[in-house]
Design a protein around this ligand. Structure first.
Ligand SMILES: [Fe+2]
Length: 185
């Protein structure tokens, strides 16, 4: 029934609203931990995009005459909890922490891509063309962010991360590395 589909879209938008607000706070914290300038720029850009995306969800909810309410997106909460935990496991800033940040962020972006894809399909079915347009802008930004994170990783983080690993294995004083010790069983 159309009214039920409309109600479902409303619930999905409440979820997206909570998800975006959580993601925004997470990125604001994460920005301080990233090292690679390209990654910092990418996070900063997506913080700004997300602020607009939150406004878009607000507009979409207004259009459907619903309020955000207190709905909490539990999936986003879980994704952030996991990312935060993994970031906390790292010793300090650097390329490896940057990779951990990207891993968390890409999971978050994919969740958002999935959610907006569904929301757009529901809005289309309901003939809510304004909502389709609004949410498509957001969906494209999420996809671009995901691609950008891969690009930044490949071009600005990975070489340093692989290098950092070698540097860490090299003994101090530049001596030849001792043969790797094998654990006897
Ligand atoms: Fe996003």
């Amino acid at each position: 029934m159309e009214s039920e589909v409309r109600e479902l879209l409303g619930e999905q938008l409440k979820d997206a609203y909570s998800a975006e607000k959580q993601a925004l706070r997470c990125m604001q914290k994460t920005l301080k931990m990233a090292s690679a300038p390209a990654l910092r720029e990418g996070i900063q850009l997506h913080i700004e995009q997300t602020q607009v995306q939150i406004e878009r969800v607000e507009q979409a909810m207004e259009k459907l005459e619903i309020r955000p309410g207190r709905k909490v997106c539990e999936a986003m909460r879980g994704l952030i909890e996991e990312a935060t935990h993994e970031i906390g496991e790292q010793d300090g800033k650097g390329p490896i922490l940057d990779l951990v940040i990207v891993a968390g962020m890409q999971r978050i972006e994919h969740y958002e891509i999935a959610a907006y894809g569904t929301d757009i399909a529901l809005a289309k079915a309901l003939g809510e063309n304004e909502l389709v347009e609004l949410l498509t802008l957001t969906l494209e930004e999420e996809k671009q962010t995901d691609l950008k994170l891969t690009e930044v990783t490949e071009q600005h983080i990975m070489a340093a991360a692989m290098g950092a690993d070698e540097a860490a294995e090299e003994p101090a004083g530049g001596k030849k590395p001792a043969p790797a010790r094998r654990k006897s069983a």
